[in-house]
Design a protein around this ligand. Structure first.
Ligand code: CAO
Length: 480
């Protein structure tokens, strides 16, 4: 065991050392100017004198009626909750978000699929098709600032929650939706992650040229679109300060994926003017077709890159590093790998000369990386400003102390399933410190919201309970 731990400790030190070196670069110091006079403050209050992080959270006071489920919508509302919004997730009595029961790791308990996407929210159960349930929802529509949903097309309308109804009931309300496709031939389709990756141009450009299209592990269709939606919501909240009215925010998953794959649309247009020289197929003399091809591990930018084996690759599937042959550090690369003559050799000295030889160049660099662990390569290369990226496994990320320290990976406790790891807020605000809390149990906050938020009396709550609007009939609960 002890011998196993040593390289890990060394690896951590390696990453740290590289980071320290970067921080030591020269910093320009500017003399602070005088702030503008109050008259020029754009209507903003005086800057708070409270310590950083003590002035509340960015979205304090924003109330979200959360009708999201599965992944795309919940990603968005969890982020808003981390930013301080009060997110009240409406779930079907006795059933809840379908992911509560999907991919379960602990028998009978909420799955990690659910818990990792619904932290820091409240859960209220309401049957939106029950007349009393509709009444509660109307109060919530009047009370909240934003309704977020990612139902199949038409489902919200079938509940009676049409834009016209919502806008008349609460003209300030923002209605934010994720759908698979925007208006057009596919607008009525139900869409899941991989459908979006395929329809948004990611799959056709991912994988190796001689293999089938590939989907990526990162959930760019679901979580990616959730992130887009969150930006749409905060923008609409900001605009509402001026206009006083809400608006519809729509993020189609196809659009979100295409936005993330925009470099490939760039290349599609470049293709009209000739072959894409930085794609390794160019160097291999393979002609291009009419559409952007899959480019394996080629870099998406102008600097050639590839994934190379490192020490231990024979037994460790993640002993690899991404290596970028950035032009300004070409000399340093040549020295490191023992090919100083390439610095002046006309076949290697310039980026255009290297393009037809990339395969051979990366094979040669790999002979060097194979003699070092990925962390050693990281350490050595960073000393020379050579951009490299170790292939980190989920195990390594889960155990990485620096990610715990920054709150990017957080362990939270859960009353029925025990502690679990979740991803905290990846967006760091210096004056808004996220409160990453566990996900709620199904309907955990129904009473609290009815009583404290919507101000129902005891008598009214008793009538609501008797109506079946917030609790499942035995039959429904069993079916779940
Ligand atoms: N009370 C009563 N009924 C409720 C309810 C509540 N609290 N919450 C939901 N429902 C009902 C809806 O009204 C709807 O009923 P109808 O179709 O009869 O009107 C029903 O539950 C199911 O909604 P749905 O069609 O959205 O769910 P689904 O499982 O069939 O489809 C999905 C799931 C994700 C494919 C679909 O919602 C969708 O395409 N969403 C948009 C795109 C999206 O976000 N996809 C990513 C999902 S993450 O991978």
């Amino acid at each position: 065991m002890a011998t196993k731990k040593k390289p890990k400790a060394k690896a951590k030190a390696a990453v740290k050392k590289a980071a320290v070196k970067k921080a030591a670069k020269k910093v320009v110091k500017l003399k602070a100017g005088k702030p503008l006079a109050a008259a020029a403050s754009n209507g903003l209050p005086r800057p708070s004198a409270k310590p950083w992080g003590a002035a509340g959270r960015a979205l304090d006071g924003v109330k979200i009626l959360d009708f999201t489920h599965v992944q795309s919508g919940p990603t968005c509302t969890q982020l808003l909750a981390y930013m301080g919004a009060d997110v009240m997730k409406v779930e079907r009595p006795g059933v809840g978000d379908i992911t509560r029961g999907q991919l379960r790791d602990v028998k009978g308990q909420d799955s990690l699929y659910f818990t990792m996407l619904n932290g820091s929210k409240r859960s209220i159960t309401i049957d939106s098709k029950n007349p009393k349930g509709k009444e509660i929802l109307e109060r919530l529509v009047k009370y909240c600032d934003v309704l977020v949903e990612n139902f199949a097309p038409g489902a919200l309308d079938r509940m009676g929650l049409t834009w016209d109804y919502i806008h008349k009931t609460n003209p300030r309300m923002i209605v934010a939706s994720v759908k698979g496709f925007g208006p057009g031939p596919y607008e009525d389709c139900k869409v899941y992650e991989n459908v979006a990756q395929c329809a948004g141009g990611s799959a056709s450009t991912t994988g190796f040229r001689d293999g089938p299209p590939l989907v990526t592990g990162a959930q760019i269709g679901d979580s990616g679109t959730g992130l887009h939606l969150a930006l749409g919501i905060v923008s609409a909240l900001y605009q509402r300060i001026r206009t006083g009215r809400g608006q519809k925010v729509l993020c189609a998953m196809q659009d979100g994926v295409l936005n993330l794959a925009r470099v490939k649309l760039r290349d599609q247009q470049r293709l009209a003017h000739g072959p894409l020289a930085e794609y390794s197929q160019f160097g291999e003399g393979i002609p291009f077709g009419k559409a952007v091809p899959r480019a394996g591990n080629d870099s998406g930018g102008g600097q050639p890159g590839w994934i190379l084996k490192c020490k231990g690759w024979e037994s460790d599937p993640d002993a690899y590093i991404y290596f970028i042959t950035q032009a300004p550090v070409w000399g340093a690369i040549c020295d490191l790998i023992g090919k100083p003559e390439w610095k002046t050799d006309a076949d290697y000295a310039t980026p255009p000369a290297r393009l037809p030889r990339l395969r051979q160049i990366f094979d040669t660099i790999e002979q060097w990386t194979k003699t070092k662990t990925k962390f050693e390569v990281m350490e050595i290369c960073n000393q020379h400003d050579i951009p490299v990226g170790p292939i980190l496994s989920m195990k390594e990320l889960a155990e990485e102390p620096s990610l715990r320290a920054t709150g990017t990976v957080v362990e939270v406790d859960h009353p029925t399933r025990g502690p679990y790891l979740t991803v905290g807020n990846p967006i760091k605000l210096s004056d808004s410190i996220p409160d990453v809390r566990r996900s709620p149990l199904l309907g955990e906050h129904t009473d609290e919201v009815l009583r404290e938020v919507l101000r129902y009396s005891d008598k009214e709550i008793a009538a609501i309970k008797a109506s079946g609007a917030i609790s499942a009939s035995e039959k429904k609960a069993e079916a779940a």
